[in-house]
Design a protein around this ligand. Sequence first.
Ligand code: NAG
Ligand code: NAG
Ligand code: NAG
Ligand code: NAG
Ligand code: NAG
Length: 444
Amino acid sequence: MKAPLTSSMAMNQMVRKARISTPFIFTLLAFIIFVVILYGQDFACTFSSFDDHQHLQTLDNSFHNSKLHPSFVERKEKKNKGKRKKRLPFAVGKTAEDCDIFDGEWVKDTVDKPMYEEWECPYIQPQLTCQEHGRPDRGYQNWRWQPRRCDLPKFNATLMLETLRGKRMLFVGDSLNRGQYISMICLLHRLVPEEGKVMENSNSSLTVFRLKDYNATIEFYWAPFLLESNSDDAVVHRIQDRIVRKGSIDTHGKHWKGADIVVFNTYLWWMTGLQFKILKGSFKDEVLEIEEPSTEDAYRLGMKSMLKWVERNMDPKKTRVFFTSMSPTHAKSIDWGGEEGGNCYNESTLIEDPEYWGSDSRKSIMKVIGEEFSKSKAPVTFLNITQLSSYRKDAHTQIYKKQWNPLTPEQKADPKSYADCVHWCLPGLQDTWNELLFAKLFYP
Ligand SMILES: *[C@@H]1O[C@H](CO)[C@@H](O)[C@H](O)[C@H]1NC(C)=O
Ligand SMILES: *[C@@H]1O[C@H](CO)[C@@H](O)[C@H](O)[C@H]1NC(C)=O
Ligand SMILES: *[C@@H]1O[C@H](CO)[C@@H](O)[C@H](O)[C@H]1NC(C)=O
Ligand SMILES: *[C@@H]1O[C@H](CO)[C@@H](O)[C@H](O)[C@H]1NC(C)=O
Ligand SMILES: *[C@@H]1O[C@H](CO)[C@@H](O)[C@H](O)[C@H]1NC(C)=O
């Protein structure tokens, strides 16, 4: 907002001159100045980006520093408050202000989708290569997300790669975020020759995809709760009896510093059937001091910690932070009017009810996210993929993935008993998440 600020300083001088002139001229000048300021404001904003209500953004403080008459300041603040606009790093354009890109419908598209082939992307983990593992249908690859009020910008891999030059893009979270991470790499890697790229598994927490000629990295950091927990080993982790340590975000957060674009997620691991445990002291204490809050309160703790970490460590003038909402599961057919005992296994069609939401816990967690984000000044862009993904009961890996343990005869006889209704085939749904990330990054 430099333009209006400098011009308003010049105007202050004009006002001072005007004061020694007749009151009539002063009034006239003041009126002209007011119009000019508003015009300058709008002018500046055509070059800046627009936030929507889901994009929580700190106000530009330059107005508080200007020496404008208080009534002008007030007017501008009022005008600003509604829209909360500010130029964002990496923005090259903007999405129509009245368009919520997460509100829309799936449209069959066999021309532009999938955006790459499964066999073309060697980075997809065997848990997500569904065709290789015998999935008989491929219709799940041929869907495009169509927002109700605008079109999504076309994913431009060149723009993404050029933007990443000399930069570090970091995904932090659980296996679902890892899926989105791999999808991003699959969307980009074709433009980079073989010798210019390498996938490095630095250690169990951090995976680094290095683009040598770009001096860039795209990284994934395993931290399913973001906070320190007893599930932090990416390979060997306990499923039962999870314990998360309060106030421990810096344990992992110290490894995230210096990233230019961060994409967080965290959800499924908080949803354990057992009583959730929060540790107050340290895992090294002899007697662990444990609290047992509700899932919502525990999750709220996670949100508060993440938002505080972003406020303290990310510079909103140079970096962007995203948070991907809950990835839905499709474990019970009765949720969408299917047969009792069924799940996502053998599903190849979408849920057509636009009101479909699935399990209730997602609703209460969404409420927690909404509350904590609106209280925070952290400039985190919310990727609200929950609803649009909940229509996609067809897109899970089902049984078409690498099985780590040999299947028992009982399992073989009843495939749905071992179907994975949590993770998503690639290419597939998670490419759309990245198209939405692309839209929010470059056309906020
Ligand atoms: C993609 O981005 C690059 C780099 O900004 C630009 O030169 C190119 O025109 C874009 N391509 C399309 C199809 O918009
Ligand atoms: C590579 O990028 C880093 C920032 O990630 C920067 O500090 C460094 O100077 C860059 N190196 C070159 C050779 O451009
Ligand atoms: C993992 O490796 C990275 C890069 O080598 C290093 O900075 C980081 O400290 C390591 N993280 C852990 C948890 O050991
Ligand atoms: C899969 O679904 C189709 C209908 O879409 C049905 O005809 C078929 O019997 C189902 N297969 C299994 C193994 O459940
Ligand atoms: C995300 O989208 C859903 C459905 O479109 C909506 O109900 C929910 O309020 C949104 N969440 C937030 C935090 O904006």
